[in-house]
Write a protein that binds this ligand. Structure first.
Ligand code: NAD
Ligand code: ZN
Length: 364
């Protein structure tokens, strides 16, 4: 088992460890038993993950003599709202959960965000432990303490910062993950490679060529690399006020594509095309040499993610989604561009005409 420490303040009160390995539930039980974080635990999971893994996780923790209950909510983004948070808190009061209780978020990013949010407000805040089960959650949402729920007006509109007491990443969960979800996580891993580590990109491309993307030693290695990159950014910018924004690489156009497609494109697929678009913008603005853009495109293709905008998506529709973001951000969209792989920067002055050329040029 590998451990990555997230150092958040000089007093170390908010600092925590990310544990990465295969079949680590027994060790997680021992760590919780020794931790003194809580007298009892409540696992919060979705019905889908529960059917696959819920009982096994509860049993493993029970073996460490921990008192553990388990509650489930419906799976999917549609459940990431206040009503589910209220349901969770009601179930907690029903179980007699108090300030000596900690929540365990067992699931993908939806469960991590919901459970983290519920933990941050229940009785003015109780501890949360993140046990991410999708690749996206393992490399992204479980680390950094951002929680949130969606409202009718937008995604993640309500939320808090609530750092977990610990993160336990068991790659064994990924065995049951559908391919499409797995590829979504790979898109985020490629993002880390582009913004911070060309070696990570090479590693992913080689594994794709050798057909061993699902190999557990490979996964442990790249998940650890991703966690180290994310934790470095979180340490520098815990409250997401500046530097952490480079994690949005590929997400500005990606989000617009995702919405314009009516969510027919998955998050990972949209981010994959969004990263190519950001590289294309960087090239058009003479920041990035063409060869570098091609390297990024080639790793995206190698893992089976799309590299072009589907022909049925209208560039004007995508542009109008971007214009909406512009209003929210105060009249300029800050694109994350790159000068080479590993060297991102924010640019709030990309002319609309260039964005349009990129969108047209990338259309299938
Ligand atoms: N807090 C953050 O910093 C942050 C960062 C990125 C994304 N997010 C949020 O994360 C969410 C997306 O997360 P996600 O992609 O993990 O989606 P998700 O949580 O909806 O999980 C995707 C699907 O996979 C299923 N699943 C989960 N683990 C499984 C497993 N091991 N085997 C089989 N099926 C499994 C789930 O039941 C669900 O149906 C979004 O709501 C997004 O806003 C948050
Ligand atoms: Zn993302």
């Amino acid at each position: 088992m590998k451990t990555v420490k997230v150092n958040l303040d000089r007093l170390a009160a908010n600092s925590y460890e990310i544990h990465i390995g295969e079949e680590i539930l027994d060790r997680m039980g021992m760590i919780l038993a020794r931790s003194g974080w809580a007298q009892r635990y409540v696992i919060v999971t979705d019905n889908h993950v529960d059917a696959l893994h819920g009982e096994r996780v509860q049993d493993a923790l029970g073996k460490a003599d921990l008192r553990v209950d388990r509650i489930t909510v419906p799976s999917g983004e549609a459940a990431k709202g206040m009503q589910t948070v209220l349901d969770i808190t009601e179930r907690l009061t029903g179980l007699g959960a108090d300030r000596q209780t900690a929540l365990i978020a067992l699931g993908g990013g939806v469960i991590g965000d919901l459970t983290g949010f519920a933990a941050s407000i229940y009785m003015r805040g109780i501890p949360v432990i993140q046990v991410p089960t999708t690749l996206l959650a393992q490399v992204d949402s479980s680390i950094g303490g951002k929680t949130g729920v969606d409202t009718a007006a937008g995604k993640n509109l309500l939320g808090t910062f609530h750092q977990p007491k610990g993160v336990f990443i068991d790659v064994a969960f990924l065995r049951t993950l559908p391919d499409e979800q797995f590829r979504s996580g790979l898109a985020e891993l490629i993002k880390y490679g582009v913004i911070e580590s060309p070696e990570l990109l090479d590693d992913i491309e080689t594994a794709a060529a050798d057909g061993c993307l699902a190999d557990h030693t490979f996964l442990e290695r790249i998940i650890e690399a991703a966690c180290r990159i994310k934790k470095g950014l979180v340490e520098l910018d815990e409250r997401d006020q500046g530097l952490r924004r480079i994690l949005n690489f590929g997400h500005t156009i990606g989000h617009a594509l995702e919405a314009a497609s009516g969510y027919a494109l998955s998050h990972g697929e949209s981010v994959a095309i969004g990263m190519i678009a950001a590289a294309d913008l960087s090239e058009r603005l003479h920041y990035l040499p063409a060869g570098e853009r091609k390297r990024i495109e080639s790793v995206i293709r190698a893992v089976g993610l799309p590299d072009r905008i589907p022909g049925n998506l209208d560039p004007d529709e995508i542009l109008s989604r971007l214009a909406n973001d512009k209003k929210k951000e105060g009249d300029a969209i800050h694109f994350v561009l790159i000068k080479k792989r590993g060297l991102p920067f924010l640019n709030g002055r990309v002319p609309d005409g260039i964005v349009r050329e990129t969108l047209k040029g990338l259309r299938k």
